[in-house]
Design a protein around this ligand. Sequence first.
Ligand code: PHE
Length: 346
Amino acid sequence: MSSEATFDLGAQVEAARSLALSAIANAPDAAAVSKIGSDLANKKSALNTLRSGLGKIQDQEARKMAGQLINESAQEIDRALQQRIAEFLIIERAAQVAGEGIDLTEFVSPNRRGYSHIVTQAMERLEDVFIGLGFQVAEGPEVETDFYNFEALNMPRTHPARSEFDTMFIEPFSVEHEANTVLLRTHTSPVQIRVMQTWEPPIYAVMPGRVFRRDTPDATHMPVFHQIEGLVIDRDITFAHLAGIIESFTKAFFGNEFTSRLRPSFFPFTEPSAEFDIKRHNGDWIELGGCGMVHPNVLRAGGIDPDVFTGFAFGFGIDRMAKERHNVEDIREMYTNDLRFLRQFS
Ligand code: PHE
């Protein structure tokens, strides 16, 4: 074989080599590189064809050199293949890690922040309105004794009005208490007694809180609900002051276009007693709560002399007010913790 033939073979090896290397460099992914690798391993690939032609070279030295040239090119191509596959594996791995990672910033979005429940919002607004009218805020315990919940409120053991409160009793927590004397308060009125026992008149107080009754839940009732109690004790307090406060409150809380009315009623702890309603946007009257002049027996139970001081009290349901303000159809919706419902009031 002439040196020209060897030179020609060298050029063919070089052409096959550079074609293979540029195909590897331009492959879009690991799968494409593997495909190039298997094509190159094929018997009919350019380098393999040249290799099988080696036998035709007569000159032993020339044949050996040509064989070496082909082998070196094949090894170089193989290294390029392995390296490119390794690069693609790193890229693919990084993409996989990025895809599986948790983006913690997702949870810091301002839309995900909490806010008060509508009943809490109503309670806080009520407190604000009464503070604006010169009242102070007080609180009492949810677990009460028979004395504060009934007896001191002019409802002795046998009083028929007791049966109107479907009371939930709890096991007495000490030997001092007989059975059926420890209970979950059925209204916020016992806080009136606690305030009278500890504050000196003049008293201008509101007492919001949770109350409990053995009631079956329906669209307008829940066994656990909220009330706000009001108590005013001062010299020369009359029923006119009570009516004035109710009307000022109605306008301050619901708006100037709202008005209130009082209807005669009965509560053992007030005399005279009334129920008060407010007029809704659509002209209907809705009952909000009860009120009246504090009964002399109640003043005495609170340690206040009825000959020196008089006063009035009122109490109404907060849940019902929140329901009216936001036009909620069913009071139970406020307690199912459905975020789609609750988010409307954020
Ligand atoms: N405690 C009464 C109730 O729960 C409401 C009320 C409070 C009535 C204060 C008069 C005075 O129905």
